[in-house]
Structures are given as C-alpha cells and as structure tokens.
Design a protein around this ligand. Structure first.
Ligand SMILES: Nc1ncnc2c1ncn2[C@@H]1O[C@H](COP(=O)(O)OP(=O)(O)OP(=O)(O)O)[C@@H](O)[C@H]1O
Ligand SMILES: [Mg+2]
Length: 311
C-alpha cells in the first residue's frame, strides 16, 4: 500500500484537481484508492459528494474532523475505516475495473482541530515535550499504518491544505511519498525550494525525537516529484518558459514530471460540480480528449515513479 501526500504551501496551484484526477484514473485502472481530505476548505470532498449529501449524511460523524476530535479526546481513536464513504458518481464511472474510490471527507471546522491538537503539545520537561510532539504529529501515521493490515487499499492519497499546520504535518509524517503540484512561475520555484526545506526540517525533528522511544520508526518520505499544472499550450506544445521552469526545479535537486496538466478553465472548473474528475469523461477527439490523454500520461508516469521509489 502506497501512502502519498499531495502538498504545496501555495494555494490554488491545482493540488485538489491533481489528487481527484489521479485517484479516478488509478481506480479506472483497477486500483483500490482511499482519498483523505485534510483541507478545511473541503474542495476534494465536494469534488465527489454534493454539499447536501455531506450535510445530511457525513457532517456530524463521518469526516476527518470527527476522527481528529476523537484523537484530541482520547488516546485510542476509532479506526479510520469507520469514517470512510464511497462516492457514488465517480464509482459508477469506474465500475467493472476492479478498482474503487473511497473517501474520508473533510469538514469546515477542521481549522479548530489544529488549536485542539496544539494544546496536547508541550510538557513538564524537555523529554515529555518531545514525546508529546511525536504523539501528536504521528497520529495519522499510526492510523494509516493500521490500514495496511486491515484493508485492501493499493494506495492512500492525502490532499493537503495550503499551509504547514499540525494536520498537514500529520499528513507528511504519515506519507511515504510526496507529490508536489505547482504552477510554472518564478514565485512557485521559490515556494518549492522552501517546501522542500520545511519537509526536511520536519523529518529531521521527528526522527530526532523518535529516537527517545524505541517503538517509533523513523520517517523518510520520498519526494516523487513536481507536477506542473495550468500549463499553457501554444501550437500543441507547452510554451518555452515552462520548459525552463522544469529545468530550474531539477537544478534544485527535485524531480519533475515530464507530463503535465494544461490550463483549461472551462474543462477543469465544471468537473467538481459534476462529481466526476475530468479524466473519467471520455471524448473521441478535440481539446477535451487531449486533456484526458495528458492526465492519463501523468498517471502512467506517476505509477512508474512509485515503482522507482520502491527500488
Ligand atoms: N489545469 C487547470 N486549468 C484551469 N483551471 C484549473 C486547473 N486546475 C485547477 N484549476 C482551477 O483552479 C482552482 C484551484 O484548483 P485546486 O482547487 O485544484 O487547487 P488547490 O491547490 O487544491 O487549491 P487550495 O490551495 O485552495 O487547496 C479551481 O477553481 C480549479 O477549478
Ligand atoms: Mg485544494
């Protein structure tokens, strides 16, 4: 079971769009996928279920907020599987493939969870503070680890919010692999470098504190690479500036995917409302079919990168 966090500090770079399409295409290829929405904006959630359905059925007790609330209140939260739902429309579209998409929804109240978790940090002495740090940041990790033995998921994809709060750090600590969607512009390059360093700092700190407790395994998440989103196409090709951006990213020592998501407001903006990621709509020709093909290429490259990371 692969555990992948989709992250970037920057807002609106396409993290959620990449996550939903990746999940959909993997399920279409027969993979059993669990999506976890850790963003209080709940964009991933509302790309798969309607606000009405969420309000009626999931809001009270079936979101990642309910799970984190249980974490804050007791040392033994329920298994994550009690919070999983199966979005109907997307699963109908992948029916017959052997794959499926499950989802743990988010909740607008997730913002307050960070404050609750922060109260569990600290301690009477430095040792206790370090132990609490590991406990609080390692919660999601142990819960997802449990799924390796109790479920048949091939992959868990965690859609992160555009910040580096305790919930996001939980996602990074849980992740064995990290995927970074980014827009091809100068400020984004700076953001990627900063993100890379923050992830390294978190890993170093977690592992240093983990040494205090022989039972805690060290973490070493692998950065799978940067996938460029909102790429402008002219004459059937990405514009030259974007090729330059790919080289810049590689110079930072971070892998960059060859495949990309092109910019197309009409196609990408409507998909969440239809509860079906773009890649599940098949057209025989035209721009829509080019967009679908590009996403399929990305998923092929993504699957290869998972295999590489395992070598
Ligand atoms: N390739 C694309 N072309 C055009 N518009 C896009 C593309 N990808 C995403 N968008 C649009 O850009 C907006 C932001 O996308 P998305 O929600 O995926 O980004 P995000 O990084 O998850 O944002 P946030 O940081 O708020 O979580 C959405 O309105 C989405 O429809
Ligand atoms: Mg998002």
């Amino acid at each position: 079971m692969d555990i992948v966090a989709v992250i970037n500090y920057k807002g609106g770079v396409g993290k959620t769009t990449v996550t939903s399409n990746l999940a959909a295409e993997l399920a279409f290829r027969g993979k059993k996928v669990l999506l976890i929405d850790t963003d209080a904006q709940a964009s991933l959630t509302f790309s798969f279920v309607t606000p009405d359905e969420w309000d009626d059925k999931y809001k009270e007790a079936k979101t990642i907020k309910s799970w984190f609330d249980a974490v804050s209140q007791s040392s033994e939260p329920p298994c994550l599987t009690s919070f999983v739902i199966a979005p109907r429309s997307a699963n109908e579209a992948v029916a017959g493939s052997g794959g499926r998409i499950d989802l743990i929804c988010s909740h607008l109240g997730l913002i307050n969870v960070d404050l609750e978790l922060a109260t569990l940090l600290g301690g009477v002495n430095i040792q206790q503070t370090k132990r609490n740090y590991i406990k609080v940041h390692g919660k999601l990790r142990s819960a997802i680890e449990e799924l390796k033995v109790t479920t048949d998921y091939d992959i868990v994809l965690i859609d992160c919010p555009p910040n580096f709060n305790i919930v996001t750090k939980n996602a990074i600590v849980a992740a064995e692999k990290i995927l970074i969607p980014a827009k091809p512009d100068y400020l984004s390059t700076l953001g990627i470098d900063y993100l890379h360093r923050s992830v390294n700092d978190l890993v170093r700190e977690f592992n240093e504190y983990a040494q205090l407790d022989g039972d805690i395994e060290e973490i070493s998440p692998d950065i799978l690479g940067v996938v460029l989103t909102m790429i402008q196409i002219t004459g059937g090709q990405p514009i030259a500036a974007q090729r330059q951006f790919i080289s810049q990213t590689r110079r930072l020592g971070i892998k960059a995917f060859e495949s990309f998501f092109r910019e197309n407001k009409t196609i990408f903006a409507d998909a969440p409302q239809n509860l079906r990621p773009v890649v599940l709509n098949h057209y025989s020709s035209g721009t829509h079919s080019d967009v679908v093909e590009e996403i399929e290429d990305f998923v092929t490259e993504f699957e290869a990168s998972l295999d590489e990371a395992e070598l």
